[in-house]
Design a protein around this ligand. Sequence first.
Ligand code: NOJ
Length: 549
Amino acid sequence: MRALLGRAVAASSVVVLVVACGGADEPGASPRPRPPTRPSPEQGAAADRLLTGPDWYRHAVFYEVNVRSFQDSDGDGIGDLPGLVSRLDYLKDLGVDALWLMPINPSPFKDSGYDVADYGDVDKVYGGKPAFDVLVREAHARKMRVMVDLVLNHTSDQHPWFQESRKDKTNPKADYYVWSDTDGRSDVACGTYSAQFGTSAWAKDDQRGQYYYHRFYPGQPDLNYKNPAVVSAVLDAAKGWLDSGADGFRCDVIGLLVETADPEQCSMAPETQAIIRKLRALLDTYPDRAMVAEPLLGDARAYYGSGRDMFHMAFDFSYGYFWGVAFSARSRKLVDVSMAQSAAFPEGAQNALVIGSHDVQRAFTVASGHEWRQRRAAEIQLLRRGTPFVYYGEEVGLRPGAGVVVDSRDSARTPMTWARGPGHGFTKGTPWLAFGPMADETSVEAEDRDPESMLTFYRSLLAFRRGRAVWSTGAERVVGLDTGSVVAFLREDGAERYLVAVSLSEEEVDAALVERPAGVAEVVWGDGALGADGRLKLPARGSAVFRLR
Ligand code: NOJ
């Protein structure tokens, strides 16, 4: 192995301390320059082409924004839409093409906005509807798209529909929710989503004298999708957002819409699929819109339908949320399984790839507090076939917080840290939720010009893949190895071929590929060597992308 493996490679700087990787085992190759943090003009032009037209979402990099925690503009300690607008240039520069906004509707905030009290409006605390219009205009002016969260399974108990429905058994909205005389119903076989939301999915409403079904918190009664009036009311709400310029939807737990008697069908009844097809048909009457499903854990196949009539994308949680379970051979298996599942998706389906979100622990936490592990996970996320969704703060390695306003998931919802010092550039007031630790060190200000920082790493990796369709839509295939501590896969688009090799090990790796893909290997990202004999060498905690020609 060449000098590179003998040289000390700092845990947090594998990517930038790359040396001598011109080709497979060429002695004396000169040190590789640091990867650029910005794409070339040619890449930029290619990206613009890929991002134009109905398939834009396949080539976009999405960014999940917790608006409440992103940027406060008026000093009330709560992030808002004008604040987000002021950070669009930062996001554009990072390489973000589209935003997914966590719910911004009026809400009593019993579940971070996933308890919607008005589908058609934007909470005043975020700037109201006019602020959304400005956001869409400003984002579109920068060729960025805006996707909103559509929470259709349930509303808040403060929603006027529920307020009316609970009055008695005969009012016009009496059948908008799932009511029962007892705390159960034989045609509703599904229970609560998780321990987080309580042990019973039925709550007594004293006003109506009946129980209502709530899959999540008691303040989130489930809508009754067996009632056609509910279906048309929510489709109207969706239409309102499309008319307002939203580029599509992230659909919250949409597989749960229709309750069934068959527990096997809890997560996606045929009637639910029919409603999703209606939503898709509505979307398709607008140009260049897309929607992504939040599937229940497991295989997302049921969300794609024919590949053209249900979701454009569905989150792949099989790897995304659990990649760090052991960060070992187990992680590699997760990638294998996920790739095998994706291979069975219908033509047209596009995986949405994540390593974190507002529902799970921070990527840094899942990486058991090791930046290098988060970087390796991000490489798998960003170099697999699919559309990546970066969760805000991942790019600076935001640490988990300890404060709680809603529930324990708040540890991954702390305010973004833009600068050193009080308020961290997020607010001039008191933040609604306490900052996580190391807020100075993980601020954009601190990381901006540091060649070793997480932010520089993310910028470089996003620049590396920009405008190159092979990463978003090229074929992917797992490559076998005689070790469990490396994830290796092939990416291919016509004549363009790459082998991605990501180490999960703290030791140097010297392994054998089960099958050496043909071609001379040139390292184009990271550090390593791939011999003609199929031997793969990676530095401790390292990774490499080999271009094969
Ligand atoms: C999934 C959302 O991501 C989560 O945050 C929320 O609690 C539940 N759905 C209920 O809406």
